[in-house]
Ligand binder design. Structure first.
Ligand SMILES: [Zn+2]
Ligand SMILES: [Zn+2]
Ligand SMILES: [Zn+2]
Length: 89
């Protein structure tokens, strides 16, 4: 298995990541969108099962805020990949 280990759940449960909330700018939090697909029983990217939380940085996870790909969305604060435009205030 060459899949990298999820930093959030450390691969404890392959069927679902740990329950978590996505933090957005302004202190807003949102529940992540759980995996649900009628074609594949498991997420093709991170491998979680139906109704499971996607693992960290899963390319299939959708952003509950904009409906786009979560890893490329710039709004969530809890994804450290998105800290490119840091402003000191
Ligand atoms: Zn996934
Ligand atoms: Zn995980
Ligand atoms: Zn978004």
């Amino acid at each position: 298995m060459s899949r990298h280990i999820c930093l959030r759940c450390i691969g404890e449960d392959p069927y679902s990541c740990k329950e978590y909330v996505i933090e957005y700018k302004g202190g807003i939090t949102s529940k992540p969108i759980l995996y649900e697909d009628s074609d594949f029983e498991h997420c093709i990217n991170c491998g979680v099962g139906q109704g499971g939380y996607h693992h960290l940085y899963c390319e299939s996870e959708k952003c509950p805020c904009c409906g786009g790909q979560l890893i490329s969305c710039e709004y969530p604060l809890s994804y450290e990949r998105n800290t490119r435009d840091q402003q000191d205030t």
